[in-house]
Design a protein around this ligand. Sequence first.
Ligand SMILES: C[C@H](O)CC(=O)C(=O)O
Ligand SMILES: [Mn+2]
Length: 340
Amino acid sequence: MSAERAFRLTDSTLRDGSHAVRHQFTTDQVRTVVGALDRAGVPVIEVTHGDGLGGSSFNYGFSHTSEMELLRVAVDTATSARIAVLFVPGIGVKDDLRQAADIGAKVARIATHCTEADIAEQHIALAKESGMEAVGFLMMSHMISPEDLVEQAKKMESYGADCVYVVDSAGAMTMDGFKARVAAVKSAVDVQVGVHAHNNLSLAVANSLAAFGEGADQIDACTTGLGAGAGNCPTEVLVATCAKSGIETGVDTFAMMDAAQDAVRPIQPEMGVIDRDGLMLGYAGVYGSFLLHAKRASQRYGVDTRDILLELGRRGMVGGQEDMIIDVALELKREGARVR
Ligand SMILES: C[C@H](O)CC(=O)C(=O)O
Ligand SMILES: [Mn+2]
C-alpha cells in the first residue's frame, strides 16, 4: 500500500443508510448529518432514496420526505462537500436526473446489475450533459468473473463514465475475489475505479483497503456503517484506519468520530451487528436491501429468514426482483421443508 496515494471518499449514509431506516430520513436529519460530514471534510456525500432517484414506491418503500426536498437541504447545508445522487435506470427516469442537477447535485452514480451496463448509456450521457460527474456503478459484482466484469466496466467507460465502481452489494466477497475484480478493472480502463463494500462478512474495511492497494481511486463508506444488510464500510473506521496507515483521505479523524457518535448514532435503528440474517446475506450472496423485505416475509409466512435468503441466493435474484421474495417465502411455506 503506497503512502503517497490518496482516494476520494464518498459517504453514502444518507442513501444506502436509507434502506436501514426504511427510507424515513427527515430534513432535520439530513441537515445534521450533512453538516457533520461537511465539517469533517468528507468530499462527497450521497443523498437519495435507498434504491435511487424515484425509489419511493410500493415496491421499494415510500420515503418520509421527498428526496428532492432532502437533496435541496443537503445542497444548502454543504459548504465544500459535493452532493451525489444514485440513479438506477428503470427505477428513476431522466427527469429525476435533470431535477437533481438543477437542485445542485454534482455527481450522478448510474447503477445497473453487473451484467447490464448497456442500459446505462443514455443516463451516463445525460448526467454529463447536465454538468454532473458520471459514475458507473456495477452492482452485485460477485456474481460474475473478473473478466466479464471488465467487459461491463469498459462499456460504462465508453459511454463517458468518469469512474467505474466494483460494487459488493451482497457483502459476499472475500478479499481475494474483491482484489481480483478491482485489479482486473483497474488494468482495463483509463478512468478512475471505485469500490463499494457491505459488511455482511465483516470484511468491508479490509476489502476497501485491499482494493486501494490494487489501485482503487474512490471508496464508499457509510457513517457507523448505516446501510443495507449488515451495513457498509463504516466511514469513521475507514478514516481512522487510513490515518494510521498514512493514506490520505482529507477527512479529519476526530471530527469524523464526532459525526458518527453525535449525528448518526442517535438515528441508527439498531447497532450494525452482523446477526444471523445479516451474515446469511454475505454467505448466500444476496442483495443487501433484500434483508428487510425477507424479514417481513419471514414474519408473515412463518419461514426462517435464512431459508428465504439462501433460496434467493440459489436462484441468483437481483435488485428489482423484490416481489420474488414473497413468492419464495410462500413456496417454502407450501413445501413445509427446509431447503438447506
Ligand atoms: C440500489 C442499491 O441499494 C445500490 C447499492 O448500494 C448496492 O448495490 O450495494
Ligand atoms: Mn450498497
